[in-house]
Design a protein around this ligand. Structure first.
Ligand code: ATP
Ligand code: MG
Ligand code: MG
Length: 551
């Protein structure tokens, strides 16, 4: 949408283009391949790729793969699938921070040669003690004054694998008394004897995020390096590296507030815990706020992009209401989803005055606003199913469905009147006897006694038997991981309901994994890409028709 007001990053970009600070916008989306992407990442993808699209620039996809221990090729692939599904394509090849390890290493040597980096033997714990606090300056490491020659020799040994993990590290020599803790001689390289998913066993030292990121941006010619607000205090270090190295370009970092959504956790670490401890059915469980989960659930990429846009880009931390996402989803689905009928809790109805051997083919529009989509055919006969919730023996005036002795309209079909409820030994209603009121397809009954409401139905002779999965929020608390709360304590026990023996109109036998439907009066549905088969279709409810949370 180009008519809305510009967000603050768009204004920066427009100014930079207008003032020839940059000739072209180049952004990047830099995930670490240590988990699947989630809703928060969708925001960053939308922002970075969206800027490049809007201003005719380019956006790179860069795997920020500096920590081999937690990373995996599975995630590298999932990230690409997710970005493309959201509707974006990166410029050229996928990039990897690890592509730059040789250059990053050469620049580390350059810093040592210029007296701006040193090998430090303090342990991680000692380093913490020396670092000081927000209110107290740090102390210089006793190894800070090693000579250039000694540092070069030690760094070469680090690289050659002569030291154990943690024995020493390479640190920038900046200022231990800086009020910004990130400038108190930050670590540039750590020893990690670990195989890397891209570089194998070539390296046993790995660059820190802070050291690798800005230099990777410079190598790729990124103009606007956008990250979340928690990196604001890292910007002086980002700039220090750029200013002190012979990099080919001078990128700038800009920060915006991360997307937080209520009833949701958006932290890869916590989502991974849900997967590893089997609280959910994998990263793509339809209840997960991962892009893979939302895709399997049936969310549309358009709805996610619209949501990111609605949530806006600011520097103020806040929590966005999940109903905003659900709203965007309903808007999109309402426009694109063909209509169908499916009975979730079937109750058999016998139409006693409808001949046993008669059948009719009724028609109904595929979409009420899309005449060009044409009609679907509905099989009508003496035996039907309606939903158990749509019949009561007696009730009050608010109940606009079928009641004994009263009439209801079957959607796209006849008006019927209920005569008798057949019960089993326990008193459960197992079947209903009713009558068709003649000549009422698209017309009111001639006797002037109108139907009280409209309900959906399916032929009991020709239909598709299916399973339906109803999802609800994974967490029942609006802030499941706030403060010291353990998010696992707030999982919604009713987040998944599996309904067997549902009855769908036969046109749904044609459904493919890409089709989303509105099941009239029930919500929006899609076949489940994991569990559905031609013999046993499984439909996921993407979302209900209305926001009923807490009602
Ligand atoms: P997590 O905390 O879930 O592990 P991360 O920030 O560590 O996320 P990265 O893979 O490093 O994950 O993130 C890639 C990009 O996505 C980064 O630029 C990061 O700032 C951005 N990002 C991650 N989470 C959010 C969020 N909630 N809102 C907006 N952007 C986000
Ligand atoms: Mg990260
Ligand atoms: Mg993180």
């Amino acid at each position: 949408d180009t008519s809305r007001p510009l967000n603050f990053i768009e204004r920066i970009v427009e100014d930079d283009l207008a003032n020839h600070v940059v000739s072209e916008v180049k952004t990047r989306f830099p995930p670490e391949p240590n988990g699947y992407l989630h809703l928060g990442h969708a925001k960053s993808i939308w922002l970075n790729f969206g800027l490049a699209q809007r201003y005719g620039g380019q956006c790179n996809l860069r795997m920020d793969d500096t920590n081999p221990v937690k990373e995996d090729e599975e995630y590298v692939e999932a990230i690409q699938t997710d970005v493309q599904w959201l509707g974006y394509q990166w410029a050229g090849q996928v990039r990897y921070a690890s592509d730059y390890f040789d250059q990053l290493h050469a620049w580390a040597v350059y810093l040592i040669q210029h007296g701006k980096a040193f090998v430090c033997d303090l342990s991680a714990e000692q380093m913490r003690e020396y670092r000081g606090t927000l209110t107290e300056p740090g102390k210089n490491s006793p190894y800070r004054d090693r000579s250039v020659e000694e540092n070069l020799a030690l760094f070469a040994k680090m690289r050659a694998g002569e030291f154990a993990d943690g024995a020493c590290s390479l640190r920038a020599k900046i200022d231990m008394s800086s009020p910004n803790i990130n400038l108190r001689d930050p670590v540039l390289y750590r020893i990690k004897h670990a195989s890397h998913h891209q570089t194998g066993d070539k390296w046993c030292i790995y660059p820190s995020y802070d050291y690798a990121h800005g230099q990777s941006d410079a190598i790729e010619g990124i103009t606007h390096s956008i990250c979340t607000l928690e990196f604001e205090a890292h910007r002086p270090l980002y700039d220090w590296c750029i200013d002190n190295l012979p990099v080919p370009a001078k990128p700038h970092q800009y920060e915006f507030s991360r997307l937080n959504v209520n009833y949701t956790v958006t932290s890869k670490r916590k989502l991974k815990q849900l997967v590893d401890e089997k609280h959910v059915d994998g990263w793509d469980d339809p209840r997960m706020p991962t892009i893979a989960g939302m895709r399997r659930r049936g969310f549309t990429p358009q709805a996610l992009r619209d949501f990111c846009e609605m949530a806006g880009v600011t520097k103020v931390d806040g929590v966005v209401d999940i109903s905003m996402l659900e709203h965007a989803l309903r808007e999109d689905l309402n426009a694109l989803a063909p209509r169908a009928m499916c009975v979730l809790h079937p109750l058999k109805v016998i139409l006693t005055n409808y001949p046993e051997d008669q059948t009719e083919t009724l028609v109904a529009p595929r979409h009420p606003q899309r005449e060009d989509w044409g009609n679907r055919e509905l099989h009508f006969c003496r035996e039907l199913y309606i939903d158990q919730d749509d019949f009561r023996e007696t009730t009050n005036k608010q109940y606009k469905r079928l009641v004994l002795g009263k009439r209801v309209r079957l959607r796209n079909a006849y008006v019927i009147e209920a005569d008798e409820a057949i019960k089993d030994a326990k008193g459960q209603i197992i079947e209903l006897r009713a009558r068709v009121i003649a000549d009422t397809v698209g017309k009111d009954p001639a006797d002037g006694i109108k139907a009280k409401g409209v309900i959906h139905w399916v032929s009991a002779r020709e239909h598709l038997d299916c399973e339906v999965r109803l999802y609800d929020r994974l967490f029942s608390d609006p802030a499941p991981d706030a403060g010291d709360k353990n998010f696992l304590d707030f999982m919604n026990p009713d987040s998944l309901k599996i309904l067997h023996g549902c009855k769908a109109e036969r046109s749904l036998a044609q459904a493919t994994l890409n089709d989303r439907y509105q099941f009239e009066r029930e919500g929006y549905f899609i076949l489940d890409s994991r569990y559905s088969s031609a013999d046993q279709p499984v439909f996921n409810r993407i979302i209900g028709l209305k926001d009923t949370w807490g009602k």
